[in-house]
Design a protein around this ligand. Sequence first.
Ligand code: COA
Ligand code: AMP
Length: 624
Amino acid sequence: MSSYQEAFTTSVEQPELFWKQQAEKLAWYQFPHTILSKDEHGIDRWFADGELNTCYLALDHHVEQGRGDQTALIYDSPVTGQKARYTYQVLRDQVAKTAGMLASLGVVKGDRVVIYMPMIPEAAMAMLACARLGAIHSVVFGGFAPNELAVRIEDAEPKVVLTASCGVEVNKVIPYKPMVDQAVMDSRWKPDYVVVYQRKQCLADLHHERDRDWSSMLKSAQPHECVPVQATDPLYILYTSGTTGKPKGVVRDNGGHAVAMRYSMEAIYDVSPGDVYWAASDVGWVVGHSYIVYAPLIHGCTTIMYEGKPVRTPDPGAFWRVCDEYKVKILFSAPTAFRAIKKEDPQGSHLKDYPMASLKTIFMAGERLDPPTLEWVKEKTGRPVVDHWWQTETGWAIAGNPLGIETFKVKPGSSTKPIPGYQVEVLNEVGLPLGANQQGYIAIKRPLPPGCLPTVWRNHDRFETGYLSQFPGYYVSGDGGYLDEDGYLFVMGRIDDVINVAGHRLSTGEMEEVVGAHEAVAECAVIGIHDELKGQLPLGLVVLKDGYFSENGEIEAQLLQKVRQEIGAVACFNKALIVDRLPKTRSGKILRRVIRQIADGEQYVVPSTIDDPSSLQEIERVLR
Ligand code: COA
Ligand code: AMP
């Protein structure tokens, strides 16, 4: 049996043995007697009676083991010109004080803390400080508008909001504090405190009685010890787009997460303690949680927080510069980042300035890795490129090339094989497994491995109905695709209303709610259409109410502005078109798939259930 087959078989036939062996590699306060059990909802839970602290594993344990002088975190910020290094010892001490600062504001185990911050070391410190106290953090991506932040504050009910005075994008400074103030005003839940880290690019006005200055609080804070938590206690909530306007709070536990993080570093990325690992993402996304903060630190690696872009900060050589300068062994980013580099430097000429002697492998995830991008990166860098597929819900890769176990030949378009722990099956509409090369719903047979979500924050029904009830015994991923005759997985895209814009997961349903709320709009459809650079872009098709006319594109412009204000610039909702009617089935369902096919210039079949076939001609007219 091959090493992969052996690991995979043990993981599915003897999951308790497999994951117990992995759990033994961590420094628990209390090693679990119970490896796999069920909670009150009948959901599988890992290591229920184990006790640990995630911050201890990520920092203190390494200091105790003699890794205190090793660099834990490198901050590289081309947008501000700043660079800094933090050893494990220094990071531990800073995090202990940050935890002390939170404790002085009354934060205790189980309390929520919302973190709305740019890519600065204090964001990682804030996350780890929460983990240290057993408090539950919820990081909100800095590109989201106040309304999105308000929705999350209302759902998570944080005692404290941690923020910075501003984010710095290419050639622009974005003040955060006014957005936080707006969000707190709009939210029915009010945090006790808003703590602001002042950056010199723009100072925030701390005018409200709940406002506190981070740096002065930190000066007087007492270092706080790690608080033991149960393995099943939540470490964080991370909101992600679903099919409705309300984002889902994916809950991550402490124990399963830590075990999965460490295992993935060894089995998938093939890195060792001391190696430099760089996930070029943002702490606001799951990639940032897992692979900027938790996994590299739990595994004793050096991680990099990069506050910049793949291009324009200052040029398309930025990624190669960072890999070269810091001896990066593993680079991980979204395909869109490499498409941006390829667009600006098709010959890869910037690569010649940076030999990147330590760079071994490039990993990609977040969206489908299109074969031309795979080929270009492989050819220009001369490094193997690994596509791996995962989601906010799982927290780590479901399928990939597990380099630390066995290296498989790459098939372009495939994210290779299911990772040990994940029994991936492709099902038809009634939940029956399909044969090789047949496309269907990609599902994972339960139990899900450690690290995956056990529930949706304070809405367990949504977890059951959104993921578990469609096919009993399975978790439904929301993606469609197939397994080929060699067991390679091909993920073809979402089968729901979720789209991926520049590796950012967004809900077209949510955009429809915003557009539909405009007084002139009778109905609308937002669909994701193909984009060379960002993978997908949203496109709005809008029917106006009788009596409304858009003069000089005035209404279209208002709709773009509305989505920007309510969801954020990151939604890239840059195109809305007015049509007389939308193509629908006789039962009134909008034919989104056909609209998308027309927009993408694909062949399409007119569904027999269409109400008025001439409605498609109008769509053809406006889109082509
Ligand atoms: N805070 C505030 N605004 C932000 C932001 C942040 N953290 N991130 C993005 N934005 C804004 C941008 O300023 C831009 O605003 P604009 O329309 O006013 O110019 C808008 O959101 C869109 O940003 P972005 O998607 O980053 O587009 P871009 O054209 O500036 O850059 C890429 C394109 C491909 C270079 C960029 O999207 C990228 O680096 N993508 C990688 C994605 C990634 O890391 N995904 C995580 C999963 S691994
Ligand atoms: P997120 O939760 O933001 O990580 O987005 C998860 C979604 O991104 C998945 O459900 C997929 O639709 C898509 N995705 C992530 N990685 C890949 C990949 N390697 N190949 C294809 N799609 C991917």
